[in-house]
Every structure is written in structure tokens, then in C-alpha cells.
Design a protein around this ligand. Structure first.
Ligand code: NAD
Length: 361
């Protein structure tokens, strides 16, 4: 039976980069007999303009009914003056919570062809291939009580609550161990157990879950040290698992090790492996409509979709290889261009990946 992907291009460069991922999907259908249907819907600012809300009910229904969601990006200066409740970015939070997407997987891979793009020395980052598993629907971003209050003496206080239940920790730990089993079988759990009791429990529960995965080498690290180690010697890591806020910060840090925001995909998964897949970058309003955006993060997100939701490692690996082959052929979008390579448009980069896929057929 054919599977279905809900396609939500969004705003800014979103439609341009998603178009290239759909070209790749077309090629997979033609050359490799992949049976996948797609249906598009509005999200973000585009949805707000058309319907008055960034996540219309039809879009949410489509996302719920589909096997997976492929998203471009949302947001832009045009919608910044809007009330927080209808800002384009609210659609992402709505999708994550409505679909129960509690596990965010962000690989940071440095392609040898792009070793010069990193701000770190090539010997520190070349061959880098790490994956950060971030808890996405709990922790301090959602904990209650929260808010800003005025005390009796007139002093204002800001409050947020870091809270994790055992079951929330257990399910993200399981995703992290399962992911580590598919990779280098090393997992580093990041916490602040020396100061925060909540993450003392985190450490305890992750250790307990680890007993079911004797093949995975588990280590623990305090978040301040992890930030330092990511910059000092990032290749020591294989998979890292951490809380919502620590993951937010560390995954951006890891992303920048690769020096190219346009190359990094992500997956957000629910308990059954259904997921939403999107590049980690935003809608890049500064380059939208110019045909220069890098579509590779979105194409690699499609690869993750095949790997994690469709459990089709063969197609996922074909997409990864085609991206590498396109880079090997010397084409580069402006964000990753360097002397001696050929600068191409968004569409030409998509075409190069499609050509590389056809060459595999
Ligand atoms: P951004 O990621 O959109 O852009 C940061 C810089 O990276 C810009 O210079 C941009 O041109 C460049 N860039 C990003 N993606 C690129 C690509 N594929 N190819 C080439 N260059 C690329 O971040 P920002 O400028 O801080 O945010 C812009 C808008 O996107 C804001 O409204 C923000 O809220 C939104 N945003 C959305 C998401 C999302 O949809 N998941 C994530 C982050 C930011």
C-alpha cells in the first residue's frame, strides 16, 4: 500500500527547497519504484495570510492522517508584528504537541568536501558524524508554574519550572539507545546532575534503560563540559541525548561545527516512529525568492524520513550517497561555495542530486 507524506512548504525559502526534495522523491518513484503519495497544505505565515491562523485545522488533520510530514520553514519579518498566538512559529509548536513529537534527532555531519566551511581546524572536525537526540515536548520550556509575577513588595519575579517524569525520560532514552544501536553504539547522556535534582533523576533513569542495551557504551557528562567538549574534540561523540533546553543549545552548537546551516536535516518522532522532517534552518527571508538557497538539508531530511519512519535504509542511503556525489561533482550553492567549485542555483543543486540518483539506478 502506498504511503503518504504531508508536505508543508511554509514561508520564505520553504517552497523553493521543498520543491527540490519533491523532485528527488519523483526520481525515487520512477527509478526505484518507491510508492509514496504526497499532499500539500499551508503552514506558517502563508497559512495565516490565507486563513488567519498559522496552523489551520485542515493542515493539522492532513499531518495527523499522513505517515510522515515534510516541512520547509516558517516565519519572516512580515509576520513579526503579529500577536504571539498567531505567529508562524506557533505552527511548529502546535504540530509538535498535537503529533506527540517528543524526540528530536539532529545529525551534524561534516562532509569532507566542505571541511573548509567550518570555523574549527579541519583536523578537529573532518569526518565529524554525531547525532543529538533532544527531548522536545517536556522540561523547562513547558513546565508549570511559569510566568512573570509581581510580589507583594512590588518586586517582579520570572518563573519557569524544570520538570521531567520518569516515563518522559525513559521514552527519550529508549529512542537514543535504539538510535545508538543503528550507529556507533556509543551514547553520551548530558545533564546537570550536580546542581539540578530533576536531571539527577534523568541520569538515574537513563542508566536504568541502559541495562536493556548492553551493547551500547553509555557515558554521562555535565552540560557545561559537553559544550566545551563539542568545540574541543567533537569527534569523541557518537550519539548524545539530553533535555529540551540543553538540546536546543547543544544542537545549534554542533550544527555550527559543520559551518553550513543549509546542510543539516532533522527529524522529530512520536512513540510509533511517525515523524516530522525539516531542515534545521529557518525561512531565510534575506535570500527568499532569489533561487540561491541550499536545498540539501531538506533533501537529507527526506532521507531521514525514509530511514526513521519508513524504515527503508536502502532508499535513505541512496539519498545520502546522491548528495555526496553531487558535492563530489563540484557544484555548490552560494552558502557552501569556495574557490575552485561551481556556484549553482537551488534548482541546479536539486538537479545534481537527481542526476546522481539516476546514476545509481
Ligand atoms: P535562518 O535559519 O532563516 O537564516 C540564518 C542565515 O542562514 C541567513 O543568512 C540565511 O540566509 C542563511 N540560510 C538559512 N538557510 C539557508 C539555506 N538553506 N541556504 C542558504 N542559506 C541559508 O534564521 P533567521 O534569519 O534567524 O530566521 C528567519 C525566520 O525563520 C524567522 O522568522 C525565524 O523565526 C524563522 N525560523 C524558522 C524555523 C523553522 O521553520 N523551523 C527555524 C528557525 C527560524
Amino acid at each position: 500500500m502506498s504511503k503518504k507524506i504531508a508536505v508543508l512548504p511554509g514561508d520564505g525559502i520553504g517552497p523553493e527547497i521543498v520543491r527540490e526534495a519533491l523532485k528527488v522523491l519523483d526520481c525515487l518513484r520512477q527509478e526505484f519504484g518507491v510508492a509514496v503519495e504526497t499532499e500539500e497544505a499551508l503552514v506558517g505565515g502563508a497559512a495565516y495570510d490565507a486563513t488567519g491562523t498559522p496552523l489551520p485545522p485542515e493542515t493539522l488533520e492532513l499531518a495527523k492522517a499522513a505517515d510522515a510530514v515534510l516541512l520547509g520553514a516558517v516565519g519572516g519579518p512580515r509576520w513579526e508584528p503579529l500577536d504571539y498566538s498567531v505567529r508562524p512559529e506557533r505552527a511548529l509548536l502546535g504540530l509538535r504537541s498535537e503529533l506527540g513529537l517528543f524526540a528530536n534527532l539532529r545529525p551534524a555531519v561534516l562532509y569532507p568536501q566542505l571541511a573548509d566551511a567550518s570555523t574549527l581546524k579541519p583536523e578537529v572536525v573532518s569526518g565529524l558524524d554525531i547525532l543529538i537526540v533532544r527531548e522536545l515536548t517536556g522540561g523547562i520550556y513547558f513546565g508549570k508554574p511559569r510566568g512573570v509575577r509581581t510580589l507583594d513588595d512590588g518586586e517582579r519575579v520570572g518563573i519557569n519550572t524544570l520538570i521531567y517524569s520518569e516515563s518522559e525520560i525513559r521514552r527519550i532514552a529508549q529512542v537514543a539507545f535504539d538510535t545508538a544501536m543503528k550507529r556507533g553504539k556509543r551514547l553520551c547522556s548530558v545533564d546537570k546532575a550536580n546542581v539540578l535534582e530533576c536531571t539527577e533523576l534523568w541520569r538515574e533513569v537513563v542508566t536504568e534503560v541502559g541495562r536493556d542495551y548492553p551493547a551500547v557504551e553509555l557515558s554521562h557528562m555535565y552540560v557545561d563540559n559537553a559544550a566545551m567538549q563539542l568545540v574541543r574534540a567533537p569527534k569523541q561523540f557518537d550519539v548524545m541525548v539530553t533535555t529540551n533546553m540543553f538540546g536546543d543549545i547543544l544542537s545549534d552548537c554542533a550544527a555550527m561545527l559543520t559551518g553550513s546551516i543549509g546542510m543539516l536535516p532533522s527529524a522529530s518522532l512520536d512513540e510509533k516512529g511517525k515523524g516530522m522532517y525539516e531542515p534545521i534552518h529557518g525561512s531565510a527571508p534575506d535570500i527568499a525568492g532569489k533561487g540561491v538557497a541550499n536545498p540539501l538539508a531538506t533533501i537529507l531530511s527526506l532521507g531521514m524520513l525514509f530511514r526513521y519512519t519508513f524504515s527503508d535504509e536502502d532508499i535513505a542511503a541512496r539519498i545520502d550517497k546522491a548528495v555526496e556525489a553531487a558535492l563530489d561533482s563540484g557544484v555548490r550553492t552560494a552558502d557552501i561555495w569556495s574557490e575552485g567549485t561551481r556556484k549553482v542555483s537551488t534548482a541546479e543543486m536539486g538537479d545534481a542530486v537527481v542526476a546522481a540518483l539516476r546514476a545509481q539506478a
